[in-house]
Design a protein around this ligand. Sequence first.
Ligand code: CP
Ligand code: NVA
Length: 298
Amino acid sequence: MAIRHFLTLMDLEKGELHAIVQRAIALKNSPALHEDSLKNKTLAMIFEKASTRTRVAFEVAMNQLGGSSMFLSSNDTQLGRGEPLEDTARVLSSMVDFVAIRTFDHSRLELFAKHSRVPVINSLSDDFHPCQLLADMQTYFENRGDIKGKSVAWVGDGHNMCQSYINAAEQFDFELAIACPEGFEPDAWLLERSSSRVRLVRDPKEAVRNADLIATDVWASMGHEEERARRLRLFADYQINAELLSLAKSDALFMHCLPAHRGEEVTAEVLDAPGSVVWDEAENRLHTKKALLEFLCA
Ligand code: CP
Ligand code: NVA
């Protein structure tokens, strides 16, 4: 059978994604379901960027399902001394059962996957963060039921998280309004492909009006550190604050993949308000990791 990779949400069928979310909910609610489903399995994690949630969720998920994991920073492996990614893919995939990669250029994930004999999981690239969307979808389902047909507003940078929200709109059937400053749009081909579900607006108020869910992310992602001061100026009108949120539905949820910068993309008041489900999202990284790993090794 062909190896299943998880480089974007589009690598899985809608039904498969929904099943992973439901399995994650079941695993969260019934720890007895753990049953060593990944006994003797090993996950290798190559992380070329910092991480708290993703790394810990993977390690704990493997541990709680009876398997093990190893964290490989490029500084400590031969990758850091120039061994080609293709060779690393061949070698690692002859020993481990999955490889999770966090990197900059998405093409590095695709290259690794091409030469890997085991599933490769995108743990964040400059283009996509599909694992985070599994947790976000679980969080929505748990708090409000099915997200199908709901109105979601993305306010902020049209970067990796926003682009994964576009894919999620396709796969989970919701409407997405994106408000971002000029020059910070998601890729045009993604917007075009999803034009029946996704619209680009400039005004955050327009995006948020009557929304069921509002999501944002940092204004300067990993790799954008040098642009930070400029971005803070350009994104200043895109902050999620109580005034903006008052335009959304009264029971709207607020999501943020974290880490958050209080006072920049979101106010402390919104982050800590009852409609904010950011801590659920973070915890659900663990449960969705378990469900994803089980799916990929089935
Ligand atoms: N949301 C997220 O991916 O967090 P980390 O960068 O801490 O893994
Ligand atoms: N957009 C952020 C997400 C971090 C989880 C980044 O790429 O740094």
